[in-house]
Ligand binder design. Structure first.
Ligand code: ATP
Length: 250
């Protein structure tokens, strides 16, 4: 049961605390004078897929951007692999192995697929070579010389994920990867996430599409008004559907 008197949500149970790769405590963030995050608490363990759920404007994207250091006006604690990064710049955070795939995907429309893939710098060893990228995303190989503008929404999303895999990051943050995509493509994105998980990547997702998220995630946190107000492990979902419908308004 949710304890509304506390800003720290109940911990969804799986794994052990020793596996924690990302630990976020009392994270606050501001856009100028606008105070948007009011104490976000959650953690992600090695090899997990964890999803942040919540209504529009709840603060999910801001949470990802604050972890990445893109939003600089922030307070609280973000520890990655045991190291405090709340005052670390985004380029240094990237070098520690975190990458973000933004909602807007960030594809360069005037460049072709190959150029888009080769553009991001490899920030640490372990970036996937092109042959492994094409194994994960066979479509991209066929579209290698197509310009960014000529790609479908699904191809753009796959290219956006492929690009962050090139950097060498092992902790991937994906912001609404299914947005605007057809069901068959959404299923492909789900398969890709499952493959990445099986290859040892750790993934933090932001999603509106709860039904899809429930097929890929190990654990869920609910964000509301800039706070994490509850959390569930995947196995706990069926018993908590009423609560979830209330939180998400679905
Ligand atoms: P959505 O799915 O709508 O993006 P979200 O949960 O990801 O929802 P955020 O994008 O993190 O929500 O937004 C949290 C709050 O911050 C909202 O009130 C939003 O209006 C505000 N906000 C987001 N971006 C900015 C910005 N660049 N400047 C000022 N306020 C912003």
């Amino acid at each position: 049961m949710l304890d509304v008197s506390s800003s720290v949500p109940r911990e969804p149970a799986t794994g052990s605390a020793a596996d924690v790769v990302l630990s976020v405590e009392n994270l606050e963030a501001w856009y100028g004078e606008s105070h948007v995050l009011h104490g976000i608490n959650f953690n992600v363990r090695e090899g997990e897929v964890v999803t942040l759920l919540g209504r529009n404007g709840a603060g999910k994207t801001t949470t990802l951007k604050s972890v990445m250091g893109i939003i600089t006006k922030r307070a609280g604690s973000v520890r990655f692999l045991g190291k405090e990064i709340i005052r670390t710049s985004s380029d240094k955070i990237a070098r520690q192995g975190i990458a973000i795939c933004p909602e807007e995907r960030g594809i360069f429309s005037s460049l072709d697929v190959r150029e888009n893939l080769l553009l991001p710098p490899t920030v640490r060893p372990g970036g996937l070579p092109l042959d492994q990228i094409f194994e994960l995303f066979p479509n991209l190989k066929e579209r290698l010389t197509s310009q960014g503008t000529k790609l479908s929404g699904g191809e753009q999303q796959m290219l956006a994920i492929a690009r962050i895999l090139r950097t060498g990051a092992r902790f991937l943050m994906l912001d609404e990867p299914t947005e605007g995509l057809a069901p068959v493509i959404i299923q492909q994105i789900g398969n890709t996430i499952a493959r990445l998980k099986s290859q040892g990547f750790t993934i933090l997702l932001v999603e509106q599409n709860f039904r899809w998220a429930s097929t890929v995630a190990d654990r869920f946190y609910i964000v509301e008004h800039g706070k994490v107000i509850d959390g569930f492990a995947s196995a706990e979902l069926p018993a908590n559907m009423d609560k979830l419908h209330t939180y998400l308004g679905v």
